[in-house]
Each structure stands twice: as structure tokens, then as C-alpha cells.
Design a protein around this ligand. Sequence first.
Ligand code: FPP
Length: 258
Amino acid sequence: MNDLNGTNRSQGIPVNSVPKHVAIIMDGNGRWATSRGLPRVEGHRRGAATVRMVVEEARKMGIRYLTLFAFSTENWNRPKTEVSTLMKLFARHLESELKLLRENNIRLRAVGNREKLPESVRERLEMVERETLNCDGMDLVLAVSYGGREEITAAVRKICAAVKNGQLKIEQVSEETIAQHLYAPDLPEPELLIRTSGEYRISNFLLWQLAYTEIVVTPVLWPDFSRSDFASCIKEFGSRLRRFGLTSEQIKESRTNV
Ligand code: FPP
């Protein structure tokens, strides 16, 4: 997907500034719809078209992992009609996008509490996961019925069980142990988190994994989020100096020593 001169084919972004893992909080569907006098669910329908565009664009840019926050544990408390429309939308799109995923060599994975999902969604998720298992161009990770606190709680429970049955000693429990018990332990931590609609919150998304992630907030509402907005977020990431708790001087020194 990249040119020989080190420039990405998509939007002229230099290859070395494309993050390996991008996570997105797709916010603003409801506001997009109500500001036009439309029902909120219309915003979700338009939002689904943006999902398609972002997935295609991420693949072209050479992003290896793309995680989208599609439905949170807290979203279950929304009006019943909105929840059921969203579930129908997920089920329909999972089925209709399978071809696109396979053609673009994209593996679909889901993270979250699957037990709460209606069977129609769970079965389709599992079918698409199975059908795209060997695709290795990009991993599209859908966070559905997902909560960061729930994920960490589930990890703690698994670790406690391992301690209880003697597989693990308390002194052996480290940050690594917790990371290894998350929903998708093989995923690298996101380098970039994008949130649309101008809200400066993490909203219970990837609480463990976002510790050192760069955050870009754009005021654009998700249904309006365009190719060039996406490219701007990636370019903004490219201009950041990631310090990981070190000083700027230490970072410069470590770069000159390479
Ligand atoms: C947040 O906007 C968005 C959601 C809760 C749902 C995200 C769903 C989609 C983008 C549609 C389909 C997705 C797939 C994967 C096919 P909001 O409703 O909280 O907006 P508001 O803050 O303006 O009310």
C-alpha cells in the first residue's frame, strides 16, 4: 500500500507517521440527527457509512489494527428502540460487509461482553470472525457491549482463579499478567485515539491500553467525519513527540544514539 519514496498512497501521509494501532470513539451520531430534525437512529445509519469509509481508508494507509467503539456497556441503558435499532444495524452490516472485509484481507474481531448481545448479532459476529480468521492485512476490532472497567474486572477474576488453583503465585502477578488476561492480549496498545464530536473524555474505553496513547479530539460529528478529517488526525499524530514519561532531551538523545 506504500510508494517506494516512503509516502503513503492515501492522502500523502509519510509511512513512518502512520500509527500501527488506531482506536476511535465514534461520537456525535445523535446530535447529527437531532440538529437536522431527524430521529437519532438516522444518525447511526449515517454513522455506519462513515465506518465503511474509515475501514477502507485505514487499510489503504497501512494501519495494522483499527479498534472502533461501537457500543459501550453503558449504552445498554439507552431507550429500548435505539438499542434494538443499533443491534439490527450491527447484524445487517456484519453480514453485508463480509465480502468487503475478505476482498481487503481484513480480519474482524470483537471485544466486549458477548453474552449480553442478542443471538442475531452474536452469531453473525462469530460467523464473520470465522470467515476472516486468515485475513492478515488489517485487524478490525469492534468493541461491542464493551467497557474498560468490565474488561479489567474480568481479567482480575481470571487471575484470582489462577492463584486459587495454584497455577500462579500472588508475587508473580505483574502488569504483564494483567495485560495477558485482557480480551485481546495479542493486540499492541493503540498509539492514537481519535474522538469525534468535540468531547474530551475516554468514556470507559480501553482504560488499561490507553495509558500512553496520543489523543486527538476533532469537533466533527461522526456522520460528517471525512477522509480528509481522518488524514488530518493521522498527520496531527505525526507531529506529536511521544515522551513516555521521559524528558524531551532524553528522547532526542535516544534518537541520536540509534
Ligand atoms: C455515539 O454517538 C455512537 C454510538 C453509540 C453508536 C456507534 C454506531 C455506529 C457508528 C453505527 C454502526 C456501526 C457499525 C460497526 C456498523 P451518540 O449517539 O452518543 O451521539 P450523541 O453524543 O450526539 O448523542
